[in-house]
Write a protein that binds this ligand. Structure first.
Ligand code: ZN
Ligand code: ZN
Length: 126
């Protein structure tokens, strides 16, 4: 559960993308009016254990455009629906960081295989 909430901190409340530019992200509550106008969702009823608290730069820019706020243009970005953590939680599964020990194991296996190949090839040559 803690891991889940940690994951949410790096995701955008609206599009669900991983936030890369953390300096320019904005707290969802600051754009609650804009978000309601553009996406018809209220971030004011968000639960911090279910919904990300921040909005990425991309979605933030949409919130600053009058055409979107007035409903003249519909954004292609769909507001993601968030669910509480469950057994098959997509939040926890989809943005998994690669484990530290795995890549080295894969590398080692490949090296072993390579050596084996050379050995067999040599045997064939002789
Ligand atoms: Zn976004
Ligand atoms: Zn989760």
């Amino acid at each position: 559960m803690e891991w889940h909430q940690e994951k949410l901190l790096s995701l955008c409340r609206i599009c669900g993308a991983k936030i890369k530019d953390h300096k320019r992200k904005v707290h969802a509550s600051k754009l609650s009016d804009e978000v309601t106008k553009v996406w018809q969702v209220s971030v004011l009823v968000d639960s911090p254990s279910v919904h990300p608290s921040f909005i990425c730069v991309k979605c933030r820019l949409i919130c600053g455009k009058r055409e979107y706020l007035e409903g003249k243009i519909k954004t292609a970005i769909l507001a993601k629906t968030w669910y509480p953590h469950s057994e098959n939680c997509t939040v926890c599964v989809s943005n998994l960081e690669p484990k530290q020990d795995k890549p080295s194991k894969v590398k080692k296996a490949k090296v072993d295989e390579g050596e084996h190949d050379i050995a067999t090839r040599r045997r064939k040559c002789y």
